[in-house]
Ligand binder design. Sequence first.
Ligand code: NCD
Length: 297
Amino acid sequence: MNHFLEISQLSREQIITLVQRALDFKRNPLSVSYPQYTVVNLFYENSTRTRVSFELAARNLSMPVINMNLKHSSESKGEELEDTIRTLAAMGIKIFIIRHEQEGLPKKISQLLSNQVHIVNAGDGKHAHPSQAMLDIMTIIEQKPDLSQLKITIVGDICHSRVANSLQDLCEIIGIKELVLVAPKPWQPTGSHYGRVTTSLQDGLADADVVIGLRVQRERMQTHEICDVAQYRRDYALTNETMAYAKKDVMIMHPGPINRGMEIDSDVADGSRSFILKQVENGVFMRMAILEHVLRS
Ligand code: NCD
């Protein structure tokens, strides 16, 4: 059965097809219905936008949705996640959307239960957040379709960001002019990565077409990785002054949740060049395309 686990499982053609399908859904959200498929949301980490976005996507496709109350589930009695999923699958549930702090867990479950269920990764630890990267590229293509000319810059806490990982995979597969990763030394990628790494915000922002800010993810940091927050703000915050280095029509994006006055100023987050709420809007349509994709292919 088909799963949606990480961007690297997709070809360039599949990425473009998913974006096109999401744009179709945006024009006509209630065009198809799959009432025979029930979706379960299994979110073991906090989430507002991603959980609600998947729920709305499923509802638009007429799929019944169950949001598991994990505090009251059998796992609080020691049951393993795979047994919980097996139990729900025995009741006929086919699609499981999983967010979990353990990296690789959605993939592991997909391998164990491959013939019974479809697994969708909604974020696993620091590893991957493929639906976020897909809605990001949808938002970019809608606005700036000539990918071969694009300079995209990701700024901030790169090494703790599953969003940045999935975006790197996506940019590599889809092909853009340049990807730049801007971060202070302790937050630069530690292993293999795609894109040019720099500590200089000015260098990263120069002539950028798209700037993607990241949340400072304190909850994921080891003690030696904690930066001086005031210093970080001085050197890396997205402000009206620093954004002047980028192109005039730069798209400013952020996966949210945003820390106003920390990695990004309100003027920038709420300004006319901000696509942050457009990303949220597009997320529902992209997740509709993803749910349909796992069922079809
Ligand atoms: C991101 C996440 O949870 O990975 N948020 C999101 O899904 N929109 C980014 C973050 O937590 O900073």
